[in-house]
Design a protein around this ligand. Structure first.
Ligand code: NAP
Length: 254
């Protein structure tokens, strides 16, 4: 049995997935559980949905816990990571998936809306990586996967804040990949296109059809299709892959 306050099978690797209570994060946590990982999922406020995902994970044989933490706060992240390590004994993989949008045209975008999106999406990823880097370096191995976006590669009208945060994640990914490579830690990103989640549920009538026309594969992405790419980057088979940004966008960005 592993050290840590939770009694669990030490042969199972532990993955920490931020934003694991919904959408892409939930699908990723479930897919990692299917691959034999135990799971710490981080959520912002919806404890009920997080608890439901924990139950789903346990149903797949994983040991799982949910942690409420605003990733934009370095204090909360440090406390959360400390608790996860204390509970599980170790962490092998970090998936920085938590993200928000606050869309608006440039001239009307407030400082607050720009800052909040960058603080959650980009700084939140930095906070998590920094908090776990000592553990990854000490264990001379680990996996980091950051969730960027096709919008970080291509830009998008009305999303100056979001696109900046997602482009920043690509630079963060490459820098971390270079810094941690000597210790055997890989750091990669995925750049999803339009995915069927709560984040895109509010698209206005007609927008979905217009987006579909811009996607060579002609349809939106399922959360499970992003999860599959993340699972690969976490896997042993991806041990020689680092610093890449893998588009999962139906061909949009090519
Ligand atoms: P979603 O369904 O809106 O879920 C967002 C998740 O992030 C929830 O679990 C939420 O927790 C959590 N979260 C939000 N703010 C947080 C904070 N400050 N601290 C900790 N957790 C926080 O999102 P999604 O569509 O699955 O997107 C997941 C990631 O993929 C995001 O980074 C997004 O930018 C990226 N992405 C999405 C799409 C898309 O089309 N959906 C495309 C490209 C990239 P609560 O449930 O507690 O609020």
């Amino acid at each position: 049995m592993a050290k840590g306050t939770i009694t669990r099978d030490a042969s199972r690797k532990v993955a920490l997935v931020t934003g694991g209570s919904r959408g892409i994060g939930r699908a990723t946590a479930l897919a990692l559980a299917e691959q034999g990982h135990d799971l710490a999922i981080v959520y912002a406020g919806d404890a009920g949905r997080a608890a439901a995902v924990v139950a789903e994970l346990e149903g797949r044989g994983a040991t799982a816990r949910a942690y409420r933490c605003d990733v934009a706060s370095s204090e909360e992240v440090d406390g959360c990571v400390g608790q996860v390590v204390s509970d599980f004994g170790s962490v092998w993989a970090l998936v920085n998936n938590a993200g928000i949008t606050r869309d608006g045209l440039l001239m009307r975008m407030s400082d607050e809306d720009f800052d909040r999106v960058v603080d959650v999406n980009l700084k939140g990823s930095f906070h998590m990586i920094r908090a776990l880097s000592r553990i990854f370096m000490r264990q001379r191995g680990g996996r980091i996967v950051n969730v960027s976006s096709v919008v970080g590669l291509m830009g998008n009208a009305g999303q100056a804040n979001y696109a900046s945060s997602k482009a920043g994640i690509i630079g963060l990914t490459k820098s971390v990949a270079r810094e941690l490579a000597p210790r055997g830690v890989t750091c990669n990103a995925v750049a999803p296109g339009f995915v069927e989640t709560d984040m895109t549920a509010g698209l206005p009538d007609g927008a979905r059809e217009r987006y579909d026309q811009q996607i060579p594969l002609g349809r939106m992405c399922a959360p499970e299709e992003v999860a599959s790419a993340i699972v690969f980057l976490v896997s042993d088979e991806a041990g020689y892959v680092t610093g890449v940004t893998l588009p999962v966008d139906g061909g949009m960005s090519m």
